[in-house]
Ligand binder design. Structure first.
Ligand SMILES: [Zn+2]
Length: 280
C-alpha cells in the first residue's frame, strides 16, 4: 500500500507524495513547485524515485526540473502530451500499466534477506505498486489519470474534482464525458486525489443545480465544516462522487430533468452543466 501525503502548493494545488516503504519507492504526483516537496521529503528522510505527471499545465509540472536535478528520478507522463512536458522519460497512455517500485541492483542489494543475484546495471522489482493508466482528455487533450488499485488511489489531476470537474480548455464535451465515464467505472471505495482544493465552490454550484440531493447536502455541510477549520477536503470517495457530483450524472434522468434536458444525449447535458459552472 502507498502511504500518501498531501502537500499543498501554490495557492490551491495539491501535490501528492506516495511512499511504499517495502519497495523503497517514493513517487510525487504533479509537483506544482519543488520547494514544498523537497521540504516534505527531507523532513521524512525520503529519496524521491518517481515523478508522475497527469498533464502539461505548469501548475502540475513546475517542480519537475528541480526534483530531477536533485534526485535523478524519471518523469512519467502522458504520451499524447509528450511534446509539451520537457524532460519526459516514460510516455504512458490508455490501457498501459506502470509500476512504481523498481530499484537498481545496488539498492536492492542493500535490503536485508533478499536472495537474489544482481549485477551491474540490473534492475529488480522490490515490492511494487502498479498503476493502470487512463487517457482522460477534456481539460487538456493529453490528460491522463493513474489508478493504483491496491492503494484505492486515483490521481486524476484536473479531470475530476471533488464535486466538480476541470475546465474544458482543449477537449470536447464528448471527450470529457467519455473520460469521466472511465473514472466513474472504478470502485466506490476509490479515493479521489485531485489537483486542486476547489471543493467548497464546487459544492455551491452543485447545490444550485441539484438543491434537494441529500448526499450532496450532507457532503456540503461536511465540506463547509472542514473549510471553516482550514482543513482540506481531499481525497473524496468515488462512491459519493457518483451520487453527488453533477458532472458524473449527465446520463441520469433525474439530473437531466433538473437542467431541463430529459432524454437528451449525455454529452450535451454534460456540456450544459459545464457551461453553467463556467458562468456561475
Ligand atoms: Zn490543469
Amino acid at each position: 500500500m502507498f502511504e500518501i501525503e498531501i502537500v499543498p502548493a501554490l495557492s490551491d494545488n495539491y501535490v501528492y507524495i506516495a511512499h511504499d516503504a517495502a519497495a523503497g519507492a517514493t513517487a510525487v504526483v504533479d509537483p506544482a513547485e519543488a520547494a514544498p516537496v523537497l521540504a516534505a521529503l527531507e523532513r521524512r528522510g525520503l529519496r524521491l524515485t518517481h515523478i508522475l505527471n497527469t498533464h502539461h499545465h505548469l501548475d502540475h509540472i513546475g517542480g519537475n526540473a528541480e526534483l530531477v536535478e536533485r534526485y535523478g528520478a524519471p518523469v512519467i507522463g502522458p504520451r499524447a502530451d509528450a511534446a509539451r512536458i520537457p524532460g519526459l522519460d516514460v510516455e504512458v497512455g490508455d490501457g498501459d500499466t506502470y509500476t512504481v517500485g523498481s530499484q537498481t541492483a545496488a539498492d536492492a542489494a542493500r535490503i536485508p534477506g533478499l536472495d537474489v543475484e544482481v549485477g551491474d546495471g540490473d534492475t529488480y522489482t522490490v515490492g511494487s505498486q502498479t498503476a493502470r493508466v487512463f487517457d482522460v482528455p477534456g481539460h487538456t487533450s493529453g490528460h491522463i489519470a493513474f489508478w493504483f488499485e491496491e492503494s484505492r488511489a486515483l490521481f486524476c489531476g484536473d479531470t475530476l474534482f471533488a464535486l466538480g470537474c476541470g475546465r474544458m480548455f482543449e477537449g470536447t464535451a464528448e471527450q470529457f464525458w467519455s473520460s469521466l465515464g472511465k473514472l466513474r467505472a472504478l470502485p466506490d471505495d476509490t479515493r479521489v486525489f485531485c489537483g486542486h482544493e476547489y471543493t467548497q465552490s464546487n459544492a455551491r454550484f452543485a447545490l444550485s443545480v441539484d438543491p434537494d440531493n441529500e448526499a450532496l447536502k450532507a457532503a456540503s455541510r461536511r465540506i463547509d465544516d472542514l473549510r471553516s477549520r482550514g482543513e482540506r477536503t481531499v481525497p473524496s470517495e468515488l462512491g459519493e462522487e457518483k451520487v453527488a457530483n453533477p458532472f458524473l450524472r449527465a446520463d441520469d434522468p433525474a439530473m437531466q430533468r433538473l437542467v431541463g434536458m430529459e432524454g437528451e444525449a449525455p454529452e450535451a447535458v454534460f456540456a450544459e452543466i459545464r457551461r453553467r459552472k463556467d458562468t456561475f
